[in-house]
Design a protein around this ligand. Sequence first.
Ligand SMILES: C[C@H](O)[C@H](O)[C@H]1CNC2=NC(N)=NC(=O)C2=N1
Length: 96
Amino acid sequence: MEHKMTNEQITIGLQTLDDWKFTDGFLTKSLKFKNFKETFSIMTQIAFECEHQGHHPNWENVYNNLTIRLNTHDVGGITEKDFVLAKSIDTITAGR
Ligand SMILES: C[C@H](O)[C@H](O)[C@H]1CNC2=NC(N)=NC(=O)C2=N1
């Protein structure tokens, strides 16, 4: 079982990520792409990485907007797993 990170640990961790916030108990990021096709393609790439990591986002897609919220249900908070997935999402979406 992963350990639930403290607010202080989360604040430090956020400095290693690109434009993520800690809001209402979730690591959150909003992204905008060219159109729906590009957005859903990126979501598919992220989805395969999530399966690989065994960790999955809460997310909402409206046309070319994608809002991602990460937490770890098992501990009711943020763990290292959320940071690992957030970093992967940054890599997949880098420069977009
Ligand atoms: C059984 C399975 O591994 C667990 O339910 C995993 C799956 N994906 C998960 N994803 C997220 N975001 N939080 C979890 O606690 C979680 N648990």
